[in-house]
Design a protein around this ligand. Sequence first.
Ligand SMILES: [Zn+2]
Length: 335
Amino acid sequence: MDCKIIKTAHGSIETPALLPVSAASYGIWDMWIEKKFPAPWDLAQGTVLSLYHILQYNRKDEIREKGIHRVLKTKKPIILDSGGFQFMKKNAELEEEFVLRYQEESGCDIGITFDYPILPGLSLEEKENRMERSIHNSNLALKLKNNKKMLLYSAVHGHNPADIKKYLKSLDSGFDGYAIGSLVPKKRDYNMLINVVSAARNEKPLHVFGITGFPALFALSYMGIETFDSWTYLVAAAFKEYIDPGTLKRVKLRKVKKLPECDCFICGDYDLNDFLEGTSEAEILLALHNLNVFLKEMECVREKIKENELESYILKKAEKNSSIKRAFLIAKQYI
Ligand SMILES: [Zn+2]
């Protein structure tokens, strides 16, 4: 296993990489843009933004006119997801051509096609219909794409290896990578996650949407998956939960008297009381600490891959977190 490099118009991403989803409320986006706090898109190797959130933001036209990097004041790679998952939850959808043009004009580095995710419990007919429409959009985007600098990833869906293989076969060739979704509602089902991701593996980079915690993060890294995204750092902060850098578990701050040790730049300046305040600022500080823990672990993962010691590193982490071991042992069967 090796670390790989994904080259984009705004620099490289060394894999495996966790790219934070920056899906905060707009007041928080503004504070990041105004540089009142370090922004997730600058702390990580890049970020994932959803068109669903951007289209509700008062800077949506500015992003299209000036470019997303100028508005966010960043030089890092930006993945612009079509937001299919969030639109599905609102019973809404976008035209693929609109999505593609917005992605191209905003100057994002990687655009992901508009998809119709599938949820467990759908009728077979509805599931096939949604998968067909997602495939249609992907192939259409490939035909209509003008911006040569932007990489185009096709969304991929399926709850079992047979569906995934069939889906991939129906896609035209020429995508720069694939992004696998529909796994969010089953995120704790490591068997299914790893089985499906393993079936989607091919020679192109694979992105996995919506990773929630360290067990999946270590397992997917071990499987050689290139990128995955997560907004757990934000969700945990919204619930006043602090990721313990030792156990990698979420600690409810209202139930502790003292913070677990952390050497990140946030914890050097702020303490438990700062995180507990009911303000957006407190939420940002806590989210940044949580993100620091994720990013530090990913740095260690890449370092251990280079030293050929990833397995022993993961097993060491698993001593304090049994879910890490469970997910890892499943992933190991597929290697
Ligand atoms: Zn910290």
